[in-house]
Design a protein around this ligand. Structure first.
Ligand code: IVH
Length: 687
């Protein structure tokens, strides 16, 4: 009797816990959809993390509640030996590429002639610069993903694609849209430009060679045998094709994109594609996209034009590898060849020597390129880049230009190989190189180049954000010996500042105030700003979270450091060496003496969460630094509210260029109007 009673109670508890877990999963899926698909989240990151944390807790405590399709299961599954083959049926075709309006018109004429149609609708889609994938759902559940391979047979990358947050693990279609028992969709894995730049920065911080462009970064990340590595990479997927779907029969490509894929919540309704009523319309869209290419958040390398009607597509059929009803109208390449005039060596803040190619200036996509980092000696050797060589240079988005390769067939024998100098080009001290030649450093502690770069890094926006302390100022502070270590920045008075070129009373005062503000920045930014070798923003964030304070971190032993997920033995060594140095400890001590007191992660969060509490924002017009969505998210994270129209309750209108009616309304109501810069200042440093 007793037993059965407690059994009942257990079942009851289990039921309520199971319901909670189910509800959390549904909720998190919904927020994933809002965030990754609609780019319009309705809760803050902190709230999202809380839901996720709670679900993880439940699944850990009650393993029977775990589900392979739970949102918690995106962490990666550990290494595998190889990728299994996956057959594609129908095959994954490629596209014929053309580069001129004339060729596009020929394509249109041919299609119309063969179909006997006087006019044809086309769907024009961006040609996403990533790599093709196929994703399979069975009974609405994610079961498999594969690469294109040779089109017939690809590789099974299910474990990797599962870690990509924009791929739902369970389909949750809009009302009324049915999900076929087996659904095969296709699209592209890619990386946003901004995410790509952040990833590269991290790689550079950690002493690794950066990726050449978002496409290579996406490919390298997707084809990892260890899906945990993929999980840490900011990949996205956009879907544009349904290859198999028993029971539904869409009539057009436009319907596939906007009714089915959007209906299954596999595609954002905002994804750019245009239905064109004729080929001129499509050509017009190509011009618009080419013009607006830099404003897109992802790289595209052209436009894909598809005959809209499926019965027409069927009639036109296929050549061996390409459909005859679609074409890729590519943009001019963002690559160019030029000549290496010289290879110079720069000294960074940690004393690292970096070879830089000085190029014969060349215009790539409207930007003149005259320098490109070659990263380290090993890269120069691997690519065999010599002074005088012709080289292929690529510029992807706003990224630093990249030397893809040298063109040895164009050598005339006059070229000179590069040798890393054995003394520092700035202070003449000796240098040391690592065995693999990826790291060469100046050995002097007092090298002025290092000090200058350290100051620049310390004061930079992503560091302690000392407004006004840029390159020129840092250079002079070192030259005039006003600053000999970082702590000296805090003891400069107005007279000192005014010794610098073009700094009068007003600017001196501004600098003093900016320095004052930098005394209380979050610990993670302080750790990054110190310029400890191998410790970039990401690692600094991990350390700040783990230790909470500088003293705790300084006391941490090797073992404790490597026990932190994301901190390897090399980073730990570097930290130990940095904090072990008496000189560094003295600088840290003086920084403290001078009132530098980093905020602990809790203080940082408290401060951040309430910074905009009770304030209501409206956005209008264009912004440069953020998308509207990012700005709104930021406001919410800081405790504020965002609404879409100006009312008496509005506190701020943030107005970019091309602001419309809302600006007028705000003025009538005496609402404070902020431009982007003022807004940036209000939301605070590092945002
Ligand atoms: S349609 C039969 N649409 O371009 C249809 N492809 O050069 C074939 N791609 O392998 C693909 N964006 O990886 C299509 N909107 C888009 C695309 C796209 C990028 C890639 C895809 C394909 C390659 C063909």
């Amino acid at each position: 009797m007793r037993e059965s009673k407690s059994g009942d109670r257990d079942t009851a508890i289990c039921d309520s816990i199971r319901r909670e877990a189910d509800r959390l999963r549904d909720e998190i899926r919904y927020h994933n959809y809002r965030y990754y698909m609609l780019a319009d989240p309705v809760i803050s990151d902190v709230e999202y993390d809380r839901l996720m944390e709670r679900l993880k807790q439940l699944e850990e405590r009650y393993p029977q509640l775990r589900r392979p399709d739970s949102p918690t299961q995106r962490v990666g599954a550990g290494p595998q030996e190889q990728f299994d083959p996956v057959e594609h049926s129908p095959p994954m075709f490629s596209l014929q590429a053309v580069y001129s309006e004339e060729d596009v018109r020929h394509f249109d004429e041919r299609c119309r002639r063969e179909l006997g149609a006087s006019q044809l609708n086309y769907v024009a889609e961006p040609k996403y610069d990533g790599l093709a994938v196929e994703v399979v759902y069975e009974d609405g559940r994610y079961v498999q993903a594969s690469t294109r391979g040779d089109g017939q047979v690809g590789e099974d990358v299910s474990a990797n694609v599962r870690t990509i947050r924009s791929v739902p693990l369970v389909l949750n279609p809009h009302d009324g849209v049915e999900v076929p028992p087996r659904l095969v969709v296709r699209g592209e894995v890619y990386m946003n430009k901004e995410d790509f730049e952040r990833l590269n920065q991290r790689r550079l911080d950690e002493g690794e060679a950066p990726f050449a462009n978002p496409r290579n970064a996406a490919a390298g990340s997707l084809r990892q045998l260890d899906s945990e590595v993929t999980a840490g990479r900011p990949l996205r997927v956009v879907l544009y094709d349904v290859a198999e779907s028993v029971g539904i029969s869409p009539q057009t490509q436009w319907e596939v994109l906007n009714e089915w894929l959007v209906g299954w919540r596999l595609r954002s309704p905002d994804e750019p594609a245009r239905r064109c009523s004729d080929i001129s319309d499509a050509l017009q869209y190509h011009r618009e996209l080419l013009e607006g290419r830099d404003e897109l958040r992802f790289e595209i390398d052209g436009l894909v034009l598809k005959v809209d009607r499926f019965d027409y597509q069927e009639e036109l059929g296929f050549r061996t590898r390409d459909p005859r009803w679609a074409i890729a109208y590519k943009f001019p390449a963002r690559r160019a060849t030029t000549q290496v005039r010289d290879i110079q060596v720069q000294v960074g803040r940690t004393g690292k020597l970096t070879p830089v190619a000085i190029l014969e200036p060349v215009s790539i996509g409207g930007v003149t390129v005259s320098r490109a980092s070659l990263h380290n000696q090993s890269e120069v050797e691997k690519k065999d880049i010599r002074v005088g060589d012709h080289v292929l240079v690529e510029r992807a988005g706003d990224v630093i230009p990249y030397v893809v390769k040298s063109l040895p067939e164009r050598r005339n024998g006059q070229e000179r190989s590069f040798v890393m100098p054995d003394t520092c080009p700035v202070c003449d001290s000796g240098v040391i190189s690592s065995d693999d030649n990826k790291n060469t450093r100046c050995t002097s502690m007092s090298c002025p180049a290092q000090l200058r770069e350290r100051i620049k890094h310390y004061a930079s926006r992503r560091g302690m954000d000392i407004e006004g302390l840029g390159d020129r100022v840092a250079e002079q502070l070192v030259e005039l010996k006003l600053v000999q270590d970082l702590s000296d920045i805090y003891s400069l008075d107005a007279d000192d500042w005014m010794k610098l070129d073009k700094i009068a009373e007003k600017s001196a005062q501004n600098l003093i105030e900016a320095v004052q503000r930098s005394r209380r920045r979050p610990l993670r930014r302080f750790l990054h700003a110190l310029g400890i070798p191998l410790v970039g923003e990401h690692t600094a964030g991990l350390l700040a979270e783990e230790f909470g304070g500088l003293d705790e971190l300084m006391q941490a032993g090797q073992e404790e450091l490597v026990s932190i997920s994301g901190i390897g033995p090399e980073v730990a060594d570097s930290l130990r060496a940095f904090f072990g140095s008496a000189d560094n400890r003295e600088v840290l001590w003086s920084l403290c003496e001078n009132g530098v007191e980093p905020l602990s992660p809790e203080e940082d969060r408290d401060e951040a969460e309430s910074r905009l509490e009770g304030l209501t924002f409206v956005f209008t017009g264009r912004m440069e630094k953020w998308t509207r969505r990012e700005a709104s998210e930021l406001v919410r994270e800081l405790g504020g509210r965002v609404t879409s129209s100006v009312s008496d309750r509005t506190d701020y209108l943030v107005a970019g260029p091309a602001a419309g009616q809302k600006l007028q309304q705000a003025r009538e109501r005496d609402v404070t109007v902020l431009d982007e810069e003022k807004f940036a200042r209000l939301v605070g440093p590092g945002s």
